[in-house]
Design a protein around this ligand. Structure first.
Ligand SMILES: [Zn+2]
Length: 251
């Protein structure tokens, strides 16, 4: 069977002399692991179409046990992401998250356009990298069935307070007035951060990055979104560790 779709190459691995195994987020079939035979002498001579971070039109042959890309034409090659390690490592982290969270064989045009939109924002330096990362983390959780519950205080029903707490594990929000005791599961969320988190979850896709935050609020937003994401996924991401090393100036 032949699948004609578009997709973003999330990772690539050389196999033997001339073949590749790529992981690709497709619009129609979610995350697929596909072979590319003779990648170096690929039939359209456009090897870049099957390289990491390239968005391509793909023709994929679905065999009994594996997928094989037999034609690929690049639509957008995100060259700009390779200009500095911070941009590249963030793009790789967002790709790794998609690889882990988006299931195979599922219609995935929303996660794909979220990732493309985020890469576009990184490439154009349109928002602080930590903000792009946090928005993406909140939205990918939402799109894959793990939406944090941030609508109102679970006890009194108020929508906003200067300080609210998101309770991990219980997936609940409570306000400062209703919070009598707290432990390490309680994440403190200020008003601007709460609004940013809600926006990331509910905004229409094209407007997802259309808000601004102070530098301090961006840091807090990034810490909170990452903590929630890591709690849900229960794993570490190598690309995230690398990105943080770069951001913290340790490399
Ligand atoms: Zn309350």
């Amino acid at each position: 069977m032949k699948i004609n779709t578009t997709g973003l190459i999330l990772s690539e691995k050389t196999i033997g002399e001339n073949d590749k195994l790529v992981c690709v987020l497709t619009a129609d079939k979610g995350v697929l692991r596909c072979f590319v035979r003779g990648a170096k002498s690929f039939k359209n001579h456009n090897n870049s179409a099957v390289q990491s971070l390239c968005y391509s039109r793909l023709s994929i042959f679905e065999g009994r046990e594996k997928y094989i890309i037999d034609e690929a034409v690049p639509i957008r090659i995100f060259y700009e992401l390779r200009r500095d390690l911070e941009s590249l490592s963030l793009a790789q982290y967002l790709s790794e998250l998609a690889m882990y969270m988006v299931p195979e064989n599922s219609e995935s045009s929303e996660p794909l356009s979220l990732l493309l939109n985020s890469l576009h924002m990184i490439a154009g330096s349109r928002r602080p990298p930590l903000m792009i990362k946090a928005v993406y983390e909140m939205r990918i959780l939402t799109l894959t069935g793990f939406m944090p519950n941030l609508i109102y205080c679970d006890k009194c029903g108020c929508y906003e307070a200067e300080q609210m707490y998101y309770i991990q594990g219980e997936n609940k929000l409570i306000c400062q007035n209703c919070c009598t005791a707290r432990d390490e599961r309680y994440l403190s969320v200020s008003r601007p951060v709460l609004l940013a988190m809600r926006h990331s979850i509910f905004a229409e896709p094209k407007k997802i990055f259309s808000f601004r935050l102070s530098e301090q609020a961006v840091r807090s937003f990034a810490d909170t979104a990452e903590t929630i994401l890591l709690y849900v996924t229960e794993r570490q991401f190598n690309s995230l560790q690398f990105f943080k090393t770069i951001v913290n100036g340790l490399l």
